[in-house]
Design a protein around this ligand. Structure first.
Ligand SMILES: Cc1cc2nc3c(=O)[nH]c(=O)nc-3n(C[C@H](O)[C@H](O)[C@H](O)COP(=O)(O)OP(=O)(O)OC[C@H]3O[C@@H](n4cnc5c(N)ncnc54)[C@H](O)[C@@H]3O)c2cc1C
Length: 430
């Protein structure tokens, strides 16, 4: 039986572990640095709301335990707002996802702790330990294959950045995230003029952005908010000194009242569901070289955020991590009993980059940067025409679909013409 070590019991680590277990014939050990109990009662880990494809993959592995949870986001409501804080929209784009696409936010503290318990219930081996490079060498020396799936943890830095593929040059932005519960904020449709449960974006050029969506937490369905500040110390920067949930609630309330006053109603009766439901820290989008030889000669293979990270703004990192896992696992199964050579790992990683990763990475970069003419024309058309808006928001579910339209003006015109609704149903035709 081939011995596979998975370092990191998070999204990609458990997708890989359950997939290999389901395939059979692999002796898999998951090493992770927190117990299920510590996770449940600890700090918020992420605000990821994976798209339908990820959820369906979890269902096929028998690890989607939240079928009845009403926390789906069904489309986008994006507001580009007056950066002066008047609350006025300069531009607005609202679109329901096409083809039944949705995103589902489950608090990672619940998700990963449930998966840890399930992994052991199914007979999987779980070791709770914070793995350092010395421990990694020992594990890799006695395993046929070692996957390093440690997310944004320090161990992931054993993989050097790839200077050619890591083309994101924007500075890391101060970011804060919180879950909020309350009569208005936890409503599935808090905004009367949006006829579905939206992922809501408020973008204030030069100030920063706030995005929010429904989230299932231990307290039930809440709403997760992420604040990104374009400038350190700006109104959307919570700052390093805040330490407790109450302090974060106050920051979120004050920032919203000052810069997005039309959303202040969400805070009526709002509370943070538990003391740990906040996080703070910048994200540095990076592509790494995820095939690495350790000092003892053993090779390890990076997966998920350990291989590449994108900005949370476009909601792609976790989705990309699961696409990558799916590809790695397929190749592991096809590889049969052949040795896991570094050239083979590199070829699989290159295939992921060529077919998916580069699009996810560039998609996030283009959306964060000042829009180019092609993207601007699609967004302007989407603001006028719900049919174009629907086609545009579909790109978030599968970023390769955005090409060539997102960078090529002529192609963008074709995209708009192809998806435009009949003139009578457009808002600009009135
Ligand atoms: C605020 C925020 C919002 C986000 N929003 C989205 C979104 O909307 N959509 C999306 O797709 N993605 C989003 N993401 C990104 C998403 O959370 C990650 O891309 C995803 O979790 C990556 O999965 P992973 O398995 O690589 O890492 P993780 O899920 O982070 O798992 C890593 C695991 O490794 C463990 N670990 C770390 N170091 C060690 C060690 N030394 N030894 C043992 N164990 C270790 C950790 O405890 C953790 O369990 C967001 C992230 C943030 C921070």
């Amino acid at each position: 039986m081939r011995k596979i070590a998975i370092i990191g019991g998070g999204l990609a680590g458990f997708h890989a572990a359950f997939s290999l277990q389901q395939a059979g014939g692999y002796d898999v050990t998951v090493y992770t640095n927190r117990t299920a109990e510590q996770l449940r009662h600890g700090r918020m880990l992420s605000m990821a709301a994976p798209f339908r494809w990820v959820i369906e993959r979890e269902a096929s592995l028998g690890i989607h335990f939240w079928q009845d949870v009403e926390a789906r986001a069904e489309g986008f409501d994006m507001h580009i707002k007056d950066p002066g804080g008047s609350g006025q929209d300069l531009f607005r784009l609202t679109g329901r996802f096409p083809d039944g696409l949705y995103a589902l936010g489950i608090d990672y503290r619940i998700k990963f702790s449930t998966w840890m318990d399930e992994w052991e219930r199914r007979g999987g081996r779980l070791v709770v330990a914070d793995i350092d490079t010395a421990a990694l060498e020992a594990i890799a020396a006695e395993s046929d294959l070692t996957l390093v799936v440690t997310g944004r943890g320090p161990l992931s830095r054993i993989f050097e950045p790839d200077p050619v593929r890591s083309t994101h040059h924007l500075p890391p932005l101060p970011s804060a995230a919180i879950f909020l519960d309350g009569p208005k904020v936890a409503s599935r449709q808090p905004w009367d003029d949006v006829p579905f449960a939206p992922l809501r974006f408020d973008i204030l050029p030069g100030v920063g952005d706030v995005f929010s969506w429904p989230f299932y937490t231990a307290a039930g369905v809440c709403r997760g908010f992420a604040f990104q500040s374009t400038v350190p110390g700006g109104p959307f920067d919570a700052g390093r000194d805040r330490q407790g949930a109450a302090d974060y609630l106050e920051f979120a309330r004050a920032a919203t009242e000052k810069m997005i006053p039309d959303n202040a109603f969400l805070f009526e009766g709002a509370r943070i569901p538990d003391e740990g439901a906040w996080l703070y820290g910048p994200t540095e989008p990076t592509v790494r070289q995820p095939v690495k030889q350790l000092d003892n000669g053993a090779w390890v293979w990076g997966l998920g955020d350990a291989a590449m990270i994108q900005d949370p703004y476009a909601g792609q990192s976790g989705n990309n991590a699961v696409r990558m896992t799916d590809r790695y696992v397929r190749h592991i199964l096809e590889h049969g009993g052949a040795p896991y050579e570094p050239d083979w790992m590199q070829a699989v990683w290159d295939e992921h980059w060529e077919q998916y990763g580069q699009f996810a990475f560039r998609f996030c970069t283009l959306l964060q940067d000042t829009p180019n003419k092609a993207l601007m024309s699609v967004q302007m058309a989407a603001a006028r025409d719900p049919a174009v808006a629907q086609a545009f928001v579909g790109w978030f579910g599968y970023p390769p679909d955005a090409w060539p339209y997102i960078e090529d003006e002529q192609a963008a015109k074709g995209f708009i013409a192809q998806h435009a609704s009949a003139p009578a149903s457009r808002s600009d035709a009135a």
